[in-house]
Structure formats: structure tokens, C-alpha cells
Design a protein around this ligand. Structure first.
Ligand SMILES: CC(C)(COP(=O)(O)OP(=O)(O)OC[C@H]1O[C@@H](n2cnc3c(N)ncnc32)[C@H](O)[C@@H]1OP(=O)(O)O)[C@@H](O)C(=O)NCCC(=O)NCCS
Length: 189
């Protein structure tokens, strides 16, 4: 895919990001569409603004149209989301590269979405690279969760982005995996 720019989102991007997000909510997809992934939690303009202020929203833009995005939040901000609060309570007993997750300065990765027409083209890697560059001075690890019944996302994040599957957990009767990844200092060469 050519001519895609990855950058920090601005307020002007929010309506397109929200439209993309809503289109990919579990409740708005058919069974067949859900096989290519889905999002579980809804989003709004103020929420997106708060996330972007907290850590970052990174957007992939082609000809001024947002075609993909990824969000990142601090553990403090994420306490207000029950699923994330529960997941963070598991950090002391969740090992990542020889240490419990609670020992890291980690952020929460997600939600993430690539517009259907752009999937499988490396956009996810572009988002991830831009996100890592954005957070490298603040954090040394990132944590994501993926629903067990979202195999496309699981494969993309473990095989394509190299995230490590750390453990599973259940919340509100649904099963998820916790994924971890290191955030390394960025070289500017
Ligand atoms: C999840 C998402 C961001 C991944 O980005 P992507 O561009 O689709 O990822 P890729 O196509 O590079 O990688 C997905 C891999 O899963 C494979 N795959 C596709 N459907 C699959 C399925 N049902 N089961 C297992 N693997 C599957 C693909 O073949 C590909 O692997 P390959 O390149 O080795 O063949 C994107 O699909 C998306 O936005 N989905 C909707 C929203 C979503 O699920 N967000 C994540 C919530 S945790």
C-alpha cells in the first residue's frame, strides 16, 4: 500500500476514526464479517480525545482519509474500564520475559482497527511502528488483550507484530488472551 501516512491523530480525524470503529463493533457485523475481527467496546469523540491526551491515538491516512488507527492508554486512565481494571489486577501474577507485568512501566495497547479493504497489507505494522516511536521515552512494555474468538487479530498480533501470548482470562463470561511486547529505546538513525 502506498501513500499512507502514519501520524498522531488530531481532532479533525476523530469523526472518521469513530465511523471506522462503529462499523467494526461486534454488534454491527455479520457472522461472516466477524471472522475478520471485531471490536468489543464502543467509543465517542470525547473518549477519543481523552485517550489521545492520555498517551496517543495513531492514525493511518491515505489521501486525507483515515483508514486505520490504534489507541494507547496509561494504566491510571484504564482503571475506569472494568475489563482493563480486572486485567491489570492480574499483572502481579502474569510473567513477561522473566518478570511480573507489574514490574514494567507498561501502557495498554488498543483498540486497533484497519478498514476492511486495507487488511493484510502491512498497515498494522505501520501503525505499530509509529506507536512505538511515540511511546518509547515513557514506557518499556505494552500490553494488549484479544478475545479468544478473534483469531485474525490473535494471528496478526502474535505472528505479524511479534507480541507474546502471556495467559488467558475470563471477564463477563468471555475469554481473552493477554499479550505483551517490549518497548525499546528508538534510534533516530
Ligand atoms: C485485527 C486487524 C487489526 C489485523 O490487521 P490485518 O491487516 O487484518 O492483519 P493481517 O492480515 O496482516 O494479519 C492477519 C493474519 O490472520 C490471518 N487470518 C485471517 N483470518 C483468520 C482466521 N479466521 N483465523 C486465523 N487467522 C486468520 C491472515 O491470513 C493473516 O495471516 P497471514 O498474513 O500469515 O496469512 C484487522 O483485521 C481489523 O481491524 N479487524 C477488525 C477489528 C479488530 O478485530 N480489531 C482488533 C481487536 S483486538
Amino acid at each position: 500500500m502506498t501513500n499512507i501516512i502514519f501520524r498522531r491523530a488530531s481532532a479533525a480525524d476523530y469523526p472518521e476514526i469513530i465511523a471506522l470503529h462503529k462499523k467494526n463493533l461486534f454488534s454491527n457485523l455479520s457472522d461472516i464479517e466477524r471472522q475478520d475481527g471485531f471490536l468489543s467496546i464502543d467509543i465517542s469523540d470525547p473518549l477519543l480525545a481523552a485517550i489521545n491526551e492520555d498517551v496517543a491515538v495513531i492514525v493511518g491516512v491515505q489521501e486525507k482519509v483515515a483508514i486505520a488507527y490504534v489507541c494507547a492508554t496509561t494504566q491510571e486512565y484504564s482503571q475506569q474500564i472494568p475489563l482493563l481494571k480486572y486485567m491489570m489486577s492480574l499483572y502481579p501474577e502474569t510473567m513477561f520475559q522473566g518478570q511480573p507485568l507489574s514490574n514494567y512501566r507498561s501502557f495498554l495497547y488498543g483498540p486497533v482497527c484497519v478498514a476492511a479493504a486495507y487488511r493484510g497489507t502491512g498497515i498494522l505494522q505501520g501503525l505499530f511502528k509509529a506507536l512505538l516511536a511515540q511511546v518509547a521515552t515513557q514506557f518499556n512494555a505494552g500490553v494488549a488483550f484479544v478475545a479468544k474468538d478473534n483469531p485474525r487479530s490473535l494471528r496478526a498480533h502474535t505472528q505479524k507484530l511479534g507480541m507474546e501470548m502471556l495467559r488467558d482470562f475470563e471477564f463477563n463470561g468471555k475469554s481473552y488472551f493477554i499479550l505483551g511486547f517490549p518497548v525499546l529505546p528508538q534510534s533516530h538513525s
